[in-house]
Design a protein around this ligand. Structure first.
Ligand SMILES: *Cc1c(COP(=O)(O)O)cnc(C)c1O
Length: 416
């Protein structure tokens, strides 16, 4: 049934031994981190086939996270759109409410098996920090989370969550006091003690082996989805969509279908308010190859290679770079990268809430927003599978305050 693209398998799934996916990735590091990162890479490659490790991870995924997450046919939404059938992979139903727990469990379990006593990370909106603090509490490791002062103030509920979970939140007061400065501070802290601590990156970005490792931990989403979709419908989905910030939830679901050449795959980037600099975070659309945070990728950058300011209504998507495997998949034209604006995301946010009783994260709403547009131009027997990466409870207050439903009264899709 499913045709395999044999030649693509190696190229798309595995980086070379230096961590490159085609021309992207690698490890651009200060000298004192080179060896440490190699050690993590080697231990990971050994452990990823260890039965003890995999059994423990699978057990936690099933009994703690609640895997497998279901695939749901969004019938009322599909009928309102009047085109293709839209299906959702429900990562929003995971413990802690998003796909992030998938890689955090893997990373903290790896740290534990390596004999580390602490994990360190940066966080922007606090979603990665909360998922990591959760996994650290579960497995009995200390957890330090670096967070820009601006974000600490903006994201008070997530700061509280991390503290209740026993993590230490360290406010970063340099630079713009946001995510990029938090990454710098966290890396510096890690460099002072790379022996007893492990850095736990929050997406398929950063130096090798993180893009590969985080992808592997997320790949459970794609494996489940492929099997579930076949069981449910008798075939593969024709189109798969996921939102892309750094690209971890997207790599997770894509990885299950990359070898099925009849499946069309789309990564949806945040188009924000429009194409001007600082109004979006659509790296593939407006970026050029460059280097950020220890790896090479398409990057929104100025003439000197400095990362440009980025914006999206979804704080989990506003990163100026993108995972190296995505860059490669774009170059070999296996995945298409497209844009959904703030408005597209809001339309999806309200529609899914009103038509299906599912409040999606604003990040996930980007994938859904593009799916709604695509579906409306398709035939009723076509199928679209969207990775619903997280739930939207965290976004409700913001949306109701700044984008009340009345503003969308003219949108024809919206049920009143
Ligand atoms: C963090 C986050 C994202 C963006 O991260 P990726 O690595 O691109 O997946 C998407 N959706 C949700 C719900 C998130 O919390």
């Amino acid at each position: 049934m499913a045709k395999k693209i044999e030649t693509l398998v190696l190229n798309t799934q595995q980086p070379d031994e230096k961590g490159f996916f085609g021309a992207y990735g690698g490890a651009y590091l200060p000298p004192n981190l080179v060896e440490v990162m190699q050690e993590i890479a080697e231990s990971y490659v050994n452990i990823k086939t260890s039965a003890t490790f995999l059994e423990e991870l699978t057990m936690l995924q099933q009994t703690y996270t609640g895997r497998p997450s279901p695939i749901y046919y969004a019938k009322r939404l599909s009928e309102a759109v009047g085109g293709a059938k839209i299906y959702l992979k429900r990562e929003d139903l995971n413990h802690t409410g998003s796909h992030k727990i998938n890689h955090c469990l893997g990373e903290v379990l790896l740290a534990k098996h390596l004999g580390k006593s602490k994990v360190i990370a940066e966080t922007g909106a606090g979603q990665h920090g909360v998922a990591l603090a959760t996994a650290a509490a579960l497995l009995g490791l200390e957890c330090d989370v670096y967070m820009g002062e601006v974000d600490v103030l903006k994201q008070a509920p997530n700061v509280r969550r991390m503290e209740v979970l026993g993590a230490k939140v360290i406010p970063v007061s340099r630079g713009t006091r946001t995510l990029k400065d938090a990454v710098d501070a966290a890396f510096e802290a890690y460099m002072t003690d790379p022996v007893t601590t492990m850095y736990a990156i929050g997406s398929v970005v950063g130096p090798h082996p993180f893009p590969m490792m985080v992808r592997d931990f997320q790949s459970v989403v794609g494996r489940e989805a492929r099997e579930q979709f076949i069981t449910m419908t008798g075939g593969l989905p024709q189109h798969i969509l996921a939102c892309v910030g750094g690209g971890s939830n997207a790599m997770g679901i894509f990885s299950g279908f990359l070898d099925d050449e009849e499946v069309q795959i789309y990564g949806v980037e945040p188009g924000g308010r429009g194409p001007a600099i600082g109004d979006n975070a659509a790296t593939m659309a407006y970026g050029k190859p460059g280097i950020i945070h220890g790896f090479s990728c398409y990057l929104l950058q100025d003439a000197d290679g400095e990362a440009l300011p980025v914006y999206s209504i979804a704080s989990g998507l506003d990163y100026p770079g993108i995972g190296p495997q995505h860059c490669h998949l774009r170059d070999i034209e296996r995945v298409q990268y497209v844009i959904a604006t703030d408005r597209d995301a809001l339309v999806a946010f309200y529609n899914l809430s009103r038509l299906e009783g599912i409040i999606p994260a604003l990040e996930s709403s980007h994938a859904l927003g593009y799916a709604i547009k695509m579906a409306s131009a398709m035939k009723k027997d076509e199928t679209i599978l969207v990775n619903l990466s997280g739930r939207g409870d965290k976004d409700m207050d913001y949306v109701m305050e700044h984008y009340p439903l009345e503003a969308f009264e003219t949108q024809k899709l919206l049920v009143k």
